[in-house]
Design a binder for this molecule. Structure first.
Ligand code: SME
Length: 153
C-alpha cells in the first residue's frame, strides 16, 4: 500500500543531488528515494533516444520494465510529445497504454526538460486506482525541477 509523500521530499532531493553532476547517478538516487518514501509500484525514468526517436529505459526501481517506448503509444510517449505532465487515474481506460506490469492501475508521467526540450520522463505506477493526489503531483513536479536544474547535456 502506498503512503502519501510530503513536501519534505523536495528539499531531500535537492540535498541528494546537490554534489553530483551525473544525470544517471541523480536519476538513480531520485527514483530510489521516491520509491522508499512512497511504496508506489514502479518509479523510474525513460530518457529520449534522439537517434532512434523513441524513449529508452533509464534508472528505475520496481519490476523489470519495457526497454523501448515508441512515439504515439502509451502514457510516457504522450508526456514526451506533449511536453506536459500526464495523470491517468485508471490505466485500463487509457487507449494505447503500455502495460509493463499487469498490476498497475494508475500512472503519472512528468517530463524532464533541458532548455524547454524533453530529455527524459519520470514515470510512476501505482497499484491503486487514482493513486496520486494533486499535492503529490505538485511535489513530484518540483522534484523534477530540482533534477532539471542539475541536468548536464
Ligand atoms: N505504462 C507506460 C510504460 C512504462 S511502464 O509503466 C514502466 C506507458 O504507457 O507509457
Amino acid at each position: 500500500m502506498s503512503m502519501p509523500i510530503s513536501s519534505n521530499i523536495i528539499k531531500e532531493v535537492e540535498t541528494l543531488i546537490s554534489n553530483e553532476t551525473s544525470n544517471i547517478a541523480n536519476m538513480a538516487n531520485v527514483c530510489t528515494h521516491l520509491m522508499e518514501r512512497s511504496g508506489w509500484h514502479w518509479v523510474g525514468f525513460y530518457t529520449v533516444d534522439e537517434v532512434a526517436d523513441e524513449l529508452v529505459l533509464g534508472p528505475f526501481q520496481g519490476p523489470i520494465a519495457c526497454t523501448r517506448l515508441k512515439r504515439g503509444k502509451g502514457v510516457c510517449a504522450k508526456s514526451w510529445e506533449e511536453n506536459s505532465t500526464v495523470v491517468v487515474e485508471n490505466v485500463h481506460e487509457f487507449e494505447g497504454h503500455v502495460a509493463c506490469s499487469s498490476i498497475s492501475n494508475s500512472e503519472v508521467v512528468i517530463p524532464v526538460r533541458k532548455s524547454r526540450n524533453v530529455v527524459a520522463v519520470l514515470d510512476i505506477d501505482s497499484i491503486e486506482f487514482n493513486g496520486f493526489s494533486s499535492d503529490e503531483i505538485k511535489y513530484l513536479e518540483l522534484v523534477v525541477q530540482k533534477l532539471e536544474s542539475r541536468w548536464v547535456g
